[in-house]
Design a protein around this ligand. Structure first.
Ligand code: PHE
Length: 453
């Protein structure tokens, strides 16, 4: 099974993989989604549950996905099938989830592209909450503009993913990720020095335990899956391009650390600004787009324009390194299982995604009256994936590695035939077999309201 005759590509270097997997994890989820969900879900309480989920589930599941991927050297569906024919469906759910996420992710990527131009032209050089919120709303409720920008954004993804893994994905991540990190550090300092910033810091880090409701738990745990790109065979697919000599354990520690540090930095940029300028933490999806220009504007008009343009360029790039990993999931599946060419797979997948994007974007404008289960199409894609299907996929992946692949093979792969030191090896298997499945199950029950009295 490992020696199939199709020549598969591999990551060119160690750092290339960390940046690519880190690039998949770090994206709009960290900078756009995490701060606004924290704002809507009680701040510190949400952050606490988020961190607990990352600590317990993040590393364990990420290592499980890398292990499956590199063991079977195959795409999302093939990876599971190679190990046991009955379980291809776990990967198939991942393919569906990738479509659903792309159905709104590409639109937000488009917002970010549009904001590069808003920033350059100085149209968002303001610290006025009303002005900035209006400017954002004008864009998103428009029936044409976000679809136009989303379309351009999708084309950028097509170009990268068509070039394949080393030339496209790896090269892009190598340049873009470090640049983003640096600008986030600058922004954090700037935001923390704003007058009134401390109220935001307190909101963000001080958990109010009475705010820990089932809804907050489900949202925070779901966000952890979303942000780490877990539970949908994304890291299985990326892991399948990993060289046999790479240290999986180390990678599974570094990537969640990198991802979490960017999310926390984003929180320290955005929430202090919310309080300093008089935005409300419950703003929702507009939060990053309205607060960040305000922070930059305090640097003076010219510097503000330069930095905010740079920021939205980097945000777009961070988004792209994630969305190419989303696109790669169906693409790798179509190439290897269905024998399509890369080009055909990329184009057809992108067309379907574009159509889904039209609906999610219009659900903020002309289709805003269409509600499914009380949610707009845009929100529904996000809820179904991060809160339901990704945790479910994660549950299946844990059980799969623990019980189907089995301890011996899993540890062999995870430790490169025993050559890599992994002190917690037995504990990792124990977590996979028993603890994490039970935890995810409890999160679901709590989300269904079973523990409400
Ligand atoms: N983790 C990415 C982000 O935070 C989104 C993503 C989810 C990418 C699932 C791939 C798979 O932006």
């Amino acid at each position: 099974m490992k020696d199939n005759n199709v020549q598969r590509s591999q990551w060119g270097s160690k750092i290339g993989f960390i940046l690519a997997a880190g690039g998949s994890a770090v994206g709009l989820g960290n900078i756009w989604r995490f701060p606004y969900l924290a704002g809507e879900n009680g701040g510190g309480a949400f952050v606490l549950i988020y961190l607990i989920t990352v600590a317990i589930i993040g590393f364990t599941l990420m290592l499980a996905e890398f292990t499956i991927g590199r063991y079977s050297q195959s795409n999302a569906v093939g990876a599971f099938k190679n190990i046991d024919k009955r379980f291809g469906f776990i990967g198939f759910i991942g393919v569906i989830v990738a479509f659903l996420i792309m159905g709104f992710y590409m639109i937000v990527g488009g917002w970010s592209l549009a904001y590069i131009f808003k920033a350059i032209t100085g149209t968002i050089s303001s610290t006025d909450p009303n002005f900035l919120s209006n400017s954002f709303n004008e864009l998103v409720v428009n029936d044409f503009q976000p679809i136009f920008w989303g379309g351009i954004y999708i084309i950028l993804n097509i170009v990268i993913v068509s070039s394949g893994i080393n030339k496209g994905i790896e090269k892009a991540s190598k340049i873009l990720m470090p640049a983003l990190f640096v600008i986030m550090i600058i922004l954090t300092f700037k935001s923390l020095s704003l007058e009134g910033a401390m109220a935001g810091v307190e909101f963000f880090i001080k958990p109010n335990f009475s705010e820990i409701t089932p809804k907050v738990i489900l949202n925070a745990a779901g966000q952890a899956f979303f942000s780490l790109s877990l539970g949908m065979a994304c890291m299985v697919t990326y892991g399948s391009y990993l060289n046999k000599s790479e240290n999986l354990v180390k990678n599974a520690i570094i990537v969640p650390l990198l991802d979490t540090s960017v999310a926390i930095m984003a929180g320290f940029v955005i929430l202090p600004a919310v309080f300093a300028f008089g935005f409300t933490p419950e703003e929702g999806p507009s939060l990053a787009f309205v607060t960040i220009p305000a922070v930059f504007t305090t640097m003076g008009t010219n510097l503000g324009i330069i930095f905010s343009t740079l920021f939205f360029i980097l945000l777009t790039i961070a988004a792209i390194t994630s969305s190419i990993s989303l696109l790669e999931i169906p693409v790798a599946y179509l190439i290897e299982q269905r024998k399509w060419t890369r080009r055909k797979a990329v184009i057809i997948t992108s067309i379907i995604v574009f159509v889904m994007c039209i609906f999610s974007s219009l659900s903020k404008g002309s289709l805003s009256h269409v509600m499914i289960g009380g949610k707009s199409i845009f929100d529904l894609y996000g809820f179904l994936t991060s809160n339901i299907l990704q945790p479910f996929g994660g549950l299946m992946i844990c059980l799969f590695v623990g019980w189907i692949l089995g301890k011996k093979k899993a540890l062999n792969e995870a430790t490169n035939e025993g050559t890599v030191k992994f002190r917690l090896a037995n504990f990792w298997i124990f977590l996979l077999k028993y603890i994490i499945p039970v935890l995810i199950f409890l999160i679901f029950l709590s989300g269904l309201g079973v523990f409400n009295i």
